[in-house]
Design a protein around this ligand. Structure first.
Ligand code: T3D
Length: 261
């Protein structure tokens, strides 16, 4: 299927979404939200796809909301409604996917584009990329989960600085601060991210899905609730084909061949 604002490709068990409005640094417009929704439908419907990668075309990852798309002369827009209808569902969908999501951040990730990247489970960025809570520069506050994710990843002091100053945080520092998984040289970014995605796609998909939801739930749970959640999840995983395969492979001293079931 052809999309107007993104490219959706599959290679083996990895699906890649490339945000594709490079002349606008892949800024998000209503069409892109619709295209992303349709691509996610396609990914979710195909159990053979076991990892999703998101990246951007050109020199940017995503510059957040398209600031040229809105008429600023007439009545003030209802940005809350815009978040409720488009941004919030997208973030919830990515974080709630039962399969791993990798963001390969190839350039600047600003505004909601930054928080879209941070909604991925594993974020790997090129050295020239940067992360910018640009909102304050246009009189807004972080959205698309920014105020939730920043203090959790970077701590309150750094979250405040990032949100209030709106400065670009270079990828290397983002990795040092624990905002992202890794920062690599630009020329190897796509190869490294692709390898990471392929490795996850070969992994025990059911376990990866439970790891993802457990770690995300941990931010709201106390220890007791989290221990109970681990017990429930491990009970499911203990009955999985991949657990059986993992143990047999260990005993037989061979690599496990996981099927994701
Ligand atoms: O519904 C709602 O609106 C609510 C939700 C809001 C969520 C948000 O994301 S609000 C925050 C929106 N984003 C921004 O404020 C970032 C705006 N962009 C920038 O500050 C800069 O472009 C960057 C720091 C990201 C990169 O700077 P630089 O110097 O590398 O590139 P540039 O020259 O500024 O941009 C290159 C082109 O992309 C340029 O087009 P031109 O002049 O060559 O035709 C620029 O206008 C365009 N572009 C960049 N960002 C956006 C954009 N076009 C539309 N919307 C953008 N956000």
């Amino acid at each position: 299927m052809k999309y107007e604002t993104i490219v959706f490709e599959t290679a083996g068990a990895v699906a890649t979404i490339t945000l594709n409005r490079p002349d606008k640094l892949n800024a998000l417009n209503p069409r892109m939200f619709a295209d992303l929704g349709a691509a996610l439908d396609r990914f979710e419907a195909d159990a053979a796809l076991r990892c999703l990668m998101i990246t951007g075309e050109g020199r940017g990852f995503c510059a957040g909301a398209d600031l040229t798309a809105r008429d600023m002369e007439s009545a003030a827009p209802d940005l809350g409604q815009s978040l409720i209808e488009r941004y919030n569902p997208l973030v919830l969908r990515l974080t709630g996917l039962d399969r791993p999501v990798v963001a390969a951040v190839n350039g600047v990730a600003a505004g909601a584009g930054c928080n879209l990247a941070l909604a991925a489970d594993i974020v790997i960025a090129g050295r020239s990329a940067s992360f910018m809570q640009a909102f304050v520069r246009i009189g807004l506050m972080p959205d698309a989960g920014g105020t939730w994710v920043l203090p959790r990843l970077a701590g309150q002091a750094r979250a405040m600085g990032l949100a209030m100053l709106g400065e670009a945080l270079p990828a290397e520092k983002a990795a040092e601060w624990g905002l992202i998984w890794d920062c690599v040289d630009d020329d190897v970014l796509m190869a490294e991210a692709g390898e990471l995605a392929a490795r996850l796609a070969r992994g025990p998909t059911l376990a990866l899905g439970h790891i993802k939801s457990a770690i995300r739930a941990a931010t709201a749970n106390g220890l007791e609730d989290q221990l109970a959640l681990e017990a429930r999840s491990q009970a499911v995983l203990g009955r999985s084909d991949d657990y059986r395969e993992g143990v047999l492979a260990f005993r037989e001293k061979r690599p496990a061949a996981y099927r994701g079931t």
